[in-house]
Design a protein around this ligand. Structure first.
Ligand code: PBG
Ligand code: ZN
Length: 326
């Protein structure tokens, strides 16, 4: 009790503070989500996400080389295609020569040690921008979408993806994908489920980057409602029972309570997806002179680690060394 106990003694200088500091996550805990497009020689900065780019496969190789040198050993790929490759049934997404599949082949050929996740969802490839088959009545149909997601997962895994990450929030998607992978001889491919994924307003910069915003309506009938925490927990529980290898909470920073709750309830590894809006808001704030970017990023990454994540999926991954030094 005060005056004998003085907690300020434990932080009187930088050396003692350093001794007592929880470690920042190693770069090996990070996954870099990134965007691939058709063509060659393309490296377009995404205006809603400064520091992030849309890459053609050839230019992606160079930046992944640098990523590996910095100690980050994993990427998660999203395909970005133009209108000509979009259709109501997302047929392009299933082609073995689609842009993500080709990127996986090239990345694994050049960097066999790189761990490659691919996002499994069709909103980047549907003309209506929804994450599944869309009925004439304007509903996203659950069960017919499962086959699409399963085929996409098999195609990505055949290309060499180490793990697939279904993000469509269709009921039964993990079980359907597991069965399809096993049926095709891909018992070793992991499923990292976007198990607790919210209908969030923090995906805006990503949707601008991937051209994947729904043309009409919203995703509230399939993504979780942030006002219903019981259902949000059940989503992860159910995906565990369907055979997910890794669970995920997305977004991360507004849901640290659920990250620690899911970590407490499950022994599965848990990932947090530090989404585009969480990335860009710190940049926007720093640009206005309202905070030091590096220090804000460090604080946010420390928070995700403290909440109990094993894996942090973050756009900060490709500059993490500078952030750690900062
Ligand atoms: C596709 C998908 C989205 C994100 C990851 N996968 C967008 C969405 O659900 O609309 C968002 C990622 C981010 O904001 O960084 N289903
Ligand atoms: Zn989607």
């Amino acid at each position: 009790m005060f005056p004998h106990t003085r907690l300020r003694r434990l932080r009187k200088n930088s050396a003692i503070r350093g001794m007592l500091a929880d470690p920042m996550p190693e770069p090996s805990k990070l996954v870099w989500p990134t965007f691939v497009v058709e063509g060659s020689g393309v490296k377009d900065e995404i205006s809603s996400m400064p520091g992030q780019h849309r890459y053609s496969v050839d230019t992606l190789l160079g930046d992944v080389d640098r990523l590996l040198e910095s100690g980050v050993r994993s990427v998660m790929l999203f395909g970005v295609v133009d209108g000509a490759h979009k259709s109501s049934d997302a047929a392009y997404a299933l082609r073995d020569d689609a842009v993500v599949q080709r990127a996986v082949v090239e990345l694994k050929r050049r960097f066999p040690e790189l761990f490659v996740f691919t996002d499994i969802c069709v909103c980047e490839y549907t003309s209506h921008g929804h994450c599944g088959i869309f009925s004439e009545e304007g509903e996203v149909l659950n069960d017919p979408t499962l086959e699409l997601l399963s085929k996409m997962a098999v195609s990505h895994t055949s290309a060499g993806a180490d793990a697939v990450a279904p993000s469509a929030m269709m009921d039964g998607q993990v079980a359907a994908i597991r069965e399809a992978l096993d049926g095709n001889g891909f018992q070793d491919a992991l499923i990292m489920s976007y198990s607790t994924k919210f209908a969030s307003s923090m995906y805006g910069p990503f949707r601008a980057a991937a051209d994947s915003a729904p043309a009409s309506g919203d995703r509230k009938s399939y993504q979780a409602d942030f006002r219903n925490s019981a259902a949000a927990l059940r989503e992860s529980e159910l995906d565990e029972s369907e055979g997910a290898d890794i669970l995920m909470v997305k977004p991360a920073l507004f849901y640290l309570d659920l990250i620690s709750e899911i970590k407490r309830r499950s022994l599965l590894p848990l990932a947090a997806y530090n989404v585009s809006g969480e990335y860009s808001m710190l940049i926007a704030s720093a640009e206005r002179g309202w905070g030091d970017l590096t220090m804000m990023v460090r604080e946010s990454i420390a928070a995700m680690a403290r909440a109990g994540t094993d894996i942090i999926i973050t756009y900060w991954a490709n500059g993490y060394m500078e952030i750690l030094k900062g």
